[in-house]
Design a protein around this ligand. Structure first.
Ligand SMILES: [Zn+2]
Ligand SMILES: [Zn+2]
Length: 384
């Protein structure tokens, strides 16, 4: 509980428990959401119900867990909905002392959020109500809370809504929102996209107004600002990791005595008599380890396509063109920290590639929209 992947772990444990439950309750009528479960049984026999309860309790005990079971219910609250088998109805449920509180109409939030809030609440309540009647019965406290916050407070019933399919190949730009800023950043930003990425531009395919969408993000509140500041002060991991060099002949070090530096973006400048090429790469390990990988791809034909750099080297080799490679550090970055949304290392590399004006840049264009690979290692399916 409370850990960064708590929800993922919970889901996994839930699936395991559902599998264990299926021989006892049958597969189709049991469901779980996080730590809340619901099971529908078609029987009125108290003896059978009691046996079921005992079986389930025993199963949980076997797993070292305890469970509270309520049986003999014809109606029950599950999350935010009441399911009533007796009257064949369902309607919204609120915990008795759970008072609704919405953001204030004057708070520092983008207009669309403040304007859309009542609509979103109405949609949610409508989806949770089996009829308009039930909706009207439930809406009172929500309308009162909206009024309290100074928002539009007439909730209207909407029969079930269709889910719109979203285009997944969209890059979102989420600039922070602040009411004190009078410039319409969204409008200007999209205008700039249109102006600078014309149809002739070589990035037009990935950067145009159909693939870039804008949605404001909110500024952190006071609590978050203080937490962030505390975390920064208490964080003792070094920002850069300049490790020095362990080459047997330090004077021959390919990275000027810095080959053990980790978490860097590096340059590889390839020079031939006619042309100069440049390649930018990044590594979270030491540069030396990464260099080992590059070296393998230069000497073994099966790794020819490992990077655009190795492709170039093989091309030069095949044409018998003499070449030299000069390695250097382009930038130092912070390593990816589990749970954060941005990877400094990947973003630094992408910025360097995107800003490069070198005519011999050999990184492929798609690299600036590739996904961070450092985040992957923290996913559950990677844990062994
Ligand atoms: Zn070295
Ligand atoms: Zn990354």
């Amino acid at each position: 509980m409370g850990s960064l992947d708590g929800a993922e772990v919970c889901e996994l444990v839930g699936l395991y428990l559902l599998d264990k439950l299926s021989p006892i309750t049958g597969k189709l009528n049991t469901g779980l959401y996080r730590d809340d479960g619901l099971c529908a049984i078609n029987t009125c026999s108290p003896r059978r119900l009691d046996k079921l309860r005992k079986d389930i309790t025993a199963m949980f005990k076997d797993e070292g867990l305890s469970i509270t079971i309520e049986i003999n219910l014809l109606a029950t609250d599950f999350l935010d909905v009441t399911l009533d088998l007796f009257n064949n109805k369902y309607y919204p449920y609120r915990k008795p002392n759970n008072n609704q509180l919405y953001i204030n109409a004057k708070s520092n939030h983008p207009d669309p959020i403040i304007k859309e809030l009542p609509t979103m609440i109405a949609r949610r309540l409508s989806d949770l109500s089996c009829s308009q009647d039930e909706f009207n019965k439930a809406k009172g406290p929500y309308e009162a809370a909206l009024k309290e916050s100074g928002l539009a407070n007439n909730l209207e019933y909407k029969s079930s809504t269709k889910v719109k399919k979203h285009n997944r190949n969209v890059i979102w730009f989420n600039p922070p929102f602040n009411k004190a800023v009078s410039t319409n950043i969204g409008k200007i930003f999209l205008r700039m996209v249109k102006k600078h990425f014309t149809k002739q531009h070589h990035y037009y395919k990935i950067l145009n107004i159909h693939t870039i969408k804008l949605s404001y993000s909110c500024m952190p509140n006071m609590e978050r600002i203080i937490k962030q500041s505390n975390a920064k002060i208490l964080d003792d991991t070094p920002h850069t990791n300049q490790g020095g060099c362990n080459c047997s002949k330090p004077e021959d070090c390919l990275l000027d005595g810095q080959c053990l530096t980790s978490c860097i973006v590096y340059n590889a400048e390839v020079s031939t008599a006619e042309k100069e090429y440049i390649y930018h790469g990044s590594t979270k390990n030491t540069w030396k380890e990464r260099y080992g990988g590059h070296k393998t791809s230069f000497t073994h034909r099966q790794y020819e396509h490992a990077t655009t750099l190795s492709k170039l080297i093989w091309k030069l080799k095949d044409n018998n063109t003499p070449y030299t490679i000069k390695w250097s550090i382009a930038a130092l970055a912070r390593p990816y920290k589990c749970g954060t949304r941005h990877c400094d290392l990947c973003l630094t590399e992408k910025t360097i590639i995107a800003r490069s004006k070198h005519s011999g840049l050999i990184n492929s264009r798609s690299e600036i929209v590739s996904k961070c690979r450092h985040r992957k290692k923290f996913l559950l399916n990677e844990v062994t």
